[in-house]
Ligand binder design. Structure first.
Ligand SMILES: Nc1ncnc2c1ncn2[C@@H]1O[C@H](COP(=O)(O)OP(=O)(O)OP(=O)(O)O)[C@@H](O)[C@H]1O
Length: 356
């Protein structure tokens, strides 16, 4: 699917499949085209080329178009507010067809499910943000949509509420069995909610996979950096190997002379104490240790972040350590890079190979 505005491809050849009972998160930075993709699927915007199918049936191409209200798609957007003049029950019943009794039964069932039965006659302004969100979920699910499209649905909620509501929402979505496409710019939200993450950048899906795979085998440096801070160690390939102060790294199939970047997350740098000017002995798993001096160390709650200035090139590397670890600035320590936890990419961040 392609969608351009003023000649710019905002959605550039995106192809997605979402399965019933599964949550796919469209994850990416602000402006990368996530919402536009969702709006085209919902039918409130229209792609310039490409087709959208639901259950194998075409619902939209550039000629044919099923109107949004007949697509069996539920919408839950952050700014998709409840109708203020309607009660909770009437809000949920809004999109429902059938007899009065059937509607009442479905409304009661859903409000019970989202734990809002006690508020059935309330008006939206009488509810907290989290409660409104639950009613919005009930309303979107009421007609039994085959697909649920959710655009940053939790971003209006305060932090304390958010995790609980995310988990409850996920449970209900799974029970209802809809195929869910959820847009978010927060990696933690995607990791928490998704069966599959589609990582989007500049209008394109750059990687798809289970959260574990996307996190642990990022397609390129930028994909790695989207999920956490990263350390980058430069190198040049000779004979399928890259020599660095941390020892050699494998770069199979990479031509000699190619500049590469070795990427490692702060939690995967190993720290060892200095023993009379020496570090740990080299191993096949961790390579060679390189010496650095603590610049600063901060306690972050669950972990401590320690910044080192490396002796070999004066670069700064960041390491995180669980709990409290606050060595004094000026302390010399040794860092090693776990070969099974680092990624090797061609310089410049183009998608390429991984592995250490
Ligand atoms: N109706 C429009 N007219 C012109 N440009 C638009 C329109 N809608 C979106 N854009 C542009 O398309 C790009 C992608 O927007 P989109 O809202 O899809 O991104 P997004 O990834 O959802 O970002 P965010 O998380 O900030 O909502 C942006 O540069 C935006 O300015």
């Amino acid at each position: 699917m392609v969608r351009s505005y003023a000649g710019r491809r905002v959605v550039d050849d995106v192809s997605l499949a979402v399965m019933p009972g599964q949550v796919t998160c469209l994850l990416g930075p602000s402006g990368c085209g996530k919402s536009t993709t969702l709006r085209c699927i919902a039918g409130v915007d229209m792609q310039d080329s490409g087709e959208i199918y639901l259950d194998g049936e075409l619902i939209c191409d550039t000629v044919f178009r099923v109107p949004p209200e007949r697509r069996s798609i539920g919408l839950m957007f952050q700014d998709f507010a409840l109708f203020p003049h309607l009660t909770v029950a009437d809000n949920v019943a809004f999109g429902l067809s059938g007899s009065r009794a059937e509607k009442r039964a479905r409304v009661a069932q859903l409000l019970d499910r989202v734990d809002m039965a006690a508020h059935i006659d309330a008006h939206p302004h009488e509810l907290s943000g989290g409660e409104q969100q639950r009613v919005a979920l009930a309303r979107a699910l009421a007609p039994g949509p085959k697909v649920m499209l959710m655009d940053e649905p939790f971003s209006g909620l305060d932090n304390r509420l958010r995790d609980g509501i995310r988990d409850e929402t996920l449970e209900i979505l799974k029970e209802e069995g809809a195929a869910v496409l959820l847009v978010t710019h927060e990696p933690e939200e995607a990791m928490r909610m998704a069966d599959e993450i589609a990582l989007m950048r500049d209008g394109q899906v750059v990687q798809r996979g289970a959260p574990y795979n996307v996190y642990n085998a990022p397609a390129d440096k930028a994909a790695a950096a989207f999920f956490s801070d990263i350390n980058v160690i430069p190198g040049v390939v000779h004979g399928a190997l890259t020599d660095t102060p941390f020892g050699q790294f494998l770069a199979p199939g990479v031509p000699d002379g190619t500049a590469v970047e070795i990427v490692i997350r702060p939690q995967h740098l190993k720290i060892d104490f200095d023993r009379e000017g020496r570090g740990p002995l080299p191993t096949a798993k961790d390579g060679v240790a390189a010496r650095g001096v603590v610049q600063r160390a901060r306690f972050m709650g669950k972990e401590s972040l320690v910044e080192f200035r490396m002796d070999h090139d004066l670069s700064i590397l960041k390491a995180t350590v669980p709990n409290v670890f606050l060595p004094k600035p000026g302390t010399a320590m040794w860092l090693t890079i776990r070969r099974d936890r680092c990624f090797v990419y061609p310089e410049g961040g183009v998608r390429g190979w991984t592995g250490g």
